[in-house]
Each structure stands twice: as structure tokens, then as C-alpha cells.
Ligand binder design. Structure first.
Ligand SMILES: Cc1ncc(COP(=O)(O)O)c(C=O)c1O
Length: 600
């Protein structure tokens, strides 16, 4: 090529724009750009426990065809150390906090919600009234037809389920809208948003505390005796007190939520395994766990006796569960009648023996027959808060060992004298105990209570002394009632119920004298009081003040005439001096008209 032409060509090439390298086209989303949809994030391994352990009622083997509320399919729940059962299945892992969690193969599906403004740009697709919104599915937009010219219709990104609100929506339809609720707050009462079951509840009435009486009556607390809550008049076990003092030093740590040592100790005492023992914040909490575990509001039922411990029906009301109350004509639970009351909806039968407030027990034979005939869909809850006071007690632990459908409720509040610690326990076949464990709070038994209870359990001497003083005190008081001609219910526990004509009035009169007993008005027995058995001195003081408190309310023989009061006051020897007839059964004692005004 001509050199001149070559140079001209070079110059032209130099100034010509150089073509840029073409970038590979980015993967385009298969949906309109404004739609932000996030795929479910899958995490493995997951720690999940399916909460639905039964088929829905409609498929239930019992054939109950009632609709239930939808349940969550799965939720992560802490499971305390339950021993071998879960571990054997290879489904248990231990967390850093020492708890066991059941591990399933099921992955956790986490859905990331689009940011609110992104959602608001897209009008939600209408859902048919009978079409249930799905939590997990995110519909992909179907591609528009090729020849379509109009704009792509808005596409549903996600159906966010509305929160379930169970209050009285008919009053204010906006109550399930938190923003609206904030606006109208002030014109509605909190009662409008509270659970109806709670609003109708008459709270449990406990025995009056010494401090309250001291304040109200203006008495020195030290001069007041409390015979109102069936507590231990000897106080806590001394071994328990020493253990509790030591436990205070490490009270900056959370307690052992699994209650390893205490559950082991209890299990060892009864020849059971740790997996048979559930700790409660008092045995009252075991009642609550039973409701959580076996009942559904508005569907299931419980059965109890008319004069049973009040907390069973109280809890039933709180849980929205129907309670069938069976008459107990002589204050003793009628077990055959309770069995007859069972329906397909029955899940729990509560039976306290000895029962509070009546002090009555069922015979071992009656209990045996009752458990033999119990239908398989019902759990018998044997409340044994006062079991240790029984003579000839039934071998109820044997029922647990044999895998019967029972839960025994026991407590450290009575014979161990640790009511203030709030620690009790349930004993049950492992399958049942395992379910109850799931329902409880992780740290329901505090560390000081666990230490005190363990030592108290081992303090046989304290328990033996308590039983002896209770037996003796009960005999003295029942003898006195019999001699006075008062109607009382022969007791197998550490308290006695007696007819005083007007329980509320006698309660007040005795309180003014510094003696706290329990009026039975809340048990619909307004003529009765219940008195706990105290020390010999406390019993003597009660018997000395009783005649004055009865004046004008009920007929009775003066105590002096029988010599019982004199004997009691002179050192608790009443039992030796009173050799008269055995205490009559309820209704056989005849009140006399010898009420004397000189007794006050
Ligand atoms: C029959 C009965 N069960 C259970 C309890 C509850 O006892 P705690 O919660 O103190 O263990 C009591 C308490 O008085 C009771 O009388």
C-alpha cells in the first residue's frame, strides 16, 4: 500500500470510536419489576416440636365430631430434661441452657415479608370467603398471553393472615386493629377486651394472713395464731432451712429448670424414674398443667365432687372448660356417680383424698374399683396434698408403676411445712408426665425451693413428728366437738370442718381474739368453719375461745362440763382424760339447748 494512503488509514482508525465489549445480559426476573417476592428461607437443622399430637376431633378414635379451632402446625418449644424417653428416640438435643429440645427432621420455613410500602402498591387479590389464606404459598404471576396489550393486572404477592381476636368484636369491630384500638382507647373499658371467663371468675379466697389480721384488728402479730390454711404448725423442716440458707448463695444463677436432683430424689423415694416426676409451683400448678395438656375450651369437660377443692372448678372456668359437679351427700366423693357422669368430652376427673375442705377420704377398695372402670379417654387426677396424714393409705404409686391413666398430685406445702416455697409435684406414667412437662414454664420451681424441698423430703423425723402432733390434735379437737354436741365431719387430714351455725360470724369473732380460722361461705357451706390442727397450745387456745364465738349462733354443751377444755389447757392431755364415746359421724351429734352465756 502507498505509504501516504497507509498513514491516512491509520489516522482514520485512530479517531474511530472503539466498540465496547458487550456485557452478558442479566437474568431478568420472571415477574414485573415492582413486585418484590422473597423465597422462603430454609434453615436446617431445626428444633421444632409439633404441638399437634392428636388427630383433629373429627378423626379422633373417640369419634367426637366437634369443630376445633385451627392449631398451629409446629412451634419451637423448650422441653425440660425428661430423661430417656425422648432421648431414646434420638430426637433430643441439649441446648447451651441445659434444656432439651426435641429435634425433628422438619425444616423451619421462615417467610420474609415484603416491606410495607411495597405491599401497599399492589392491591391484594380478593379471597373467596371459604378460601383459607395460605401462610406458606406465594403465588407466581402467570405470564400474560402473547397478544395481550392491556397492562398486566396486579398480582397478589402474599396473603397475611389476620390476627385472631377472640374478644367481643360485636361491640367495636375495630378492636382487632391495634392502630384503631389506640385511637379509641379511653372510650372502651379494658373489660371489653379481657377474656369473658376471667371477668366472671370469683377468685380463690385464701386463708387470711397474720399480718392482715394484725393490721385490721390492731393486734401484735406474735399473739395471732393461724389455723386457716392447713399449714404445718411445727414450721419448716430444720434440714430444709439449712439447705435453703446455702442455696441463697447461688441464687444469682437460674435454677435447674429440669429439676434434675429434686426429681431424682422424689423418684427414688417412690421407686419411680425421673421421667415419672413433674415439678410444679405448688401442686396447684400441676392442676393448671393438666388443663393445658388435656382440655380445649368449649369442647372438653372435667368432673369433680360438689365439695371438692375449689381450684378445680376455678381453673375449669378460667380455661373455658365445662365442669360437671357430682353430689357428695355425706361429703365423701361418690365415685360410681362420678364415673356415670363421664361423657365423650370428659378428659379429667379430679378426686382429692383426703379432700379439702371436708377432710374425708375414699376407701382403698372404692378407689381401686373406680380406676378399674375408668374409660380410656379420661385421666384420673388423684390430689394427694394430705396423703401423708392418712392411716392405711392406698398404694397409688403402684397405679403409676402399672401405667394406669392417673396423675398423683403431691406437695411440700403440708407435711414438710414448706407452703411458702410453692413447690409440689405430679407423679404419672412417663407418657403422661412427658406431656405435662411441655406445658410448664422453664423455671417454674425456683432454686431455693428445690434445695429446701430436697432436704425436706429426706427429713423423715420432721414428717413423723408432724404426723404425730396432727393425729393427737385431731383427736383432741374432735373429742371436744363431740362433747360440745357440735356437728363436725370426721377428718383424715390436718384440719376439721365443723358446723357452728354461722361460719362467717364465728370467723369474725375468733379473729378478734387473734385466732384465724376459715369460713366455709365460699364453699357454699355458710354454717361451717374449717380449723387447721395446730400445736397443743394453739388447739387449746382455739377450744377455749370457741364457746364465746358460738354464743347465740348454735346450741352446744359447755366445754367445762366435759372437762376437755381444762385438760387441754393444762398441757394437751385431753385425750387421756376424755374416755367418752367416739366422735359421732356427721349428723348424728345432737346439739343441745344448753348454750350458756357464762362461757364468753
Ligand atoms: C386438696 C388440695 N390440693 C392442692 C392444694 C395446693 O397445694 P400447693 O399448691 O400448696 O401445693 C391444696 C392446698 O391447700 C389442697 O388443699
Amino acid at each position: 500500500m502507498n505509504p501516504l494512503l497507509r498513514w491516512v488509514t491509520k489516522i482514520i482508525r485512530f479517531f474511530r470510536p472503539v466498540p465496547m465489549p458487550v456485557a452478558a445480559p442479566e437474568a431478568q426476573p420472571s415477574r414485573p419489576a415492582e413486585i418484590v417476592r422473597t423465597e422462603p428461607v430454609v434453615e436446617t437443622p431445626a428444633k421444632v416440636i409439633p404441638t399437634e399430637v392428636r388427630p383433629p376431633e373429627s378423626q379422633h378414635p373417640l369419634g367426637v365430631l366437634r369443630e376445633e379451632e385451627p392449631r398451629m402446625s409446629s412451634v419451637a418449644v423448650a422441653v425440660p430434661d425428661d430423661g430417656s424417653t425422648l432421648a431414646e428416640k434420638g430426637t433430643v438435643a441439649r441446648d447451651s441452657d441445659g434444656y432439651q429440645r426435641q429435634v425433628t427432621e422438619e425444616p423451619v420455613i421462615k417467610e420474609e415479608l415484603p416491606a410495607p410500602e411495597q405491599v401497599s402498591l399492589i392491591p391484594p387479590k380478593k379471597v373467596e370467603s371459604d378460601q383459607k389464606p395460605s401462610r406458606k404459598t406465594v403465588e407466581k404471576p402467570s405470564p400474560p398471553p402473547a397478544d395481550r396489550t392491556e397492562p398486566v393486572p396486579p398480582v397478589e404477592v402474599k396473603q397475611v393472615p389476620k390476627p385472631i381476636f377472640t374478644g367481643r368484636v360485636e361491640l367495636t369491630p375495630d378492636l382487632d386493629n391495634p392502630a384503631r384500638l389506640r385511637q379509641i382507647k379511653g372510650v372502651i373499658s379494658v373489660n371489653d377486651i379481657a377474656n369473658r371467663e376471667l371477668l366472671d371468675l370469683v377468685p380463690y379466697e385464701p386463708g387470711k394472713p397474720v399480718d392482715d389480721v394484725a393490721r385490721e384488728i390492731g393486734l401484735d402479730p406474735a399473739s395471732i395464731i393461724k389455723l386457716a390454711s392447713n399449714e404445718n404448725p411445727l414450721g419448716p423442716s430444720p434440714l430444709a432451712m439449712a439447705a435453703m440458707h446455702k442455696a441463697i448463695e447461688t441464687s444469682h444463677f437460674y435454677p435447674d429448670g429440669g429439676g434434675f436432683h429434686l426429681r431424682n430424689a422424689i423418684a427414688h423415694t417412690f421407686g419411680l424414674g425421673r421421667e415419672n416426676v413433674v415439678l410444679g409451683n405448688g401442686s396447684n400448678e400441676i392442676i393448671e398443667l393438666l388443663f393445658h395438656t388435656f382440655t380445649r375450651p368449649g369442647i372438653h369437660e372435667i368432673i369433680t365432687a360438689r365439695h371438692a377443692f375449689a381450684v378445680y372448678t376455678l381453673m375449669a372456668q378460667l380455661f373455658g372448660v365445662h365442669a360437671i359437679v357430682v353430689d357428695d351427700a355425706d361429703f365423701t366423693p361418690d365415685l360410681p356417680a362420678m364415673l356415670k357422669a363421664v361423657t365423650p368430652q370428659t378428659r379429667l376427673i379430679f378426686l382429692a383424698s383426703p379432700n379439702n375442705p371436708t377432710g374425708t377420704r375414699v376407701t382403698n377398695e372404692a378407689l381401686d374399683a373406680f380406676l378399674r372402670d375408668l374409660p380410656p379417654h379420661v385421666i384420673a387426677v388423684l390430689d394427694e396434698a394430705y396423703y401423708e396424714f392418712l392411716d392405711n393409705p392406698p398404694d397409688t404409686v403402684g397405679y403409676v408403676k402399672n401405667g394406669a391413666q392417673v396423675v398423683l398430685m403431691r406437695t411440700f406445702s403440708k407435711i414438710q411445712g414448706l407452703a411458702g416455697l410453692r413447690v409440689g409435684y405430679g407423679l404419672a406414667p412417663a407418657e403422661i408426665a412427658n406431656l405435662l412437662q411441655r406445658a410448664r414454664q422453664p423455671f417454674n420451681a425456683n432454686s431455693i425451693a428445690q434445695a429446701g424441698a430436697m432436704a425436706g423430703l429426706a427429713d423423715i423425723e420432721h414428717q413423723t413428728k408432724t404426723k404425730a402432733i396432727t393425729d393427737e390434735g385431731r383427736r383432741v379437737i374432735e373429742d371436744a366437738f363431740a362433747k360440745m354436741g357440735l356437728k363436725y365431719v370426721p377428718s383424715s387430714a390436718n384440719f376439721i370442718m365443723v358446723n357452728v351455725g354461722d361460719g362467717g360470724e364465728v370467723f369474725k369473732r375468733l379473729m378478734k381474739k387473734g385466732i384465724i380460722v376459715r369460713s366455709m361461705v365460699s364453699y357454699h357451706l355458710p354454717e361451717y368453719i374449717r380449723v387447721s390442727i395446730g400445736t397443743p397450745e394453739q388447739n387449746a387456745r382455739f377450744l377455749a375461745e370457741l364457746p364465746g364465738a358460738l354464743e347465740g349462733l348454735v346450741s352446744f354443751k359447755p366445754l367445762e362440763a366435759s372437762g376437755v377444755a381444762v385438760a387441754v389447757l393444762s398441757g394437751g392431755q385431753a385425750s387421756e382424760t376424755s374416755t367418752e364415746e367416739k366422735a359421732p359421724s356427721l349428723g348424728t351429734a345432737t346439739a343441745t339447748s344448753e348454750a350458756s352465756s357464762s362461757l364468753s
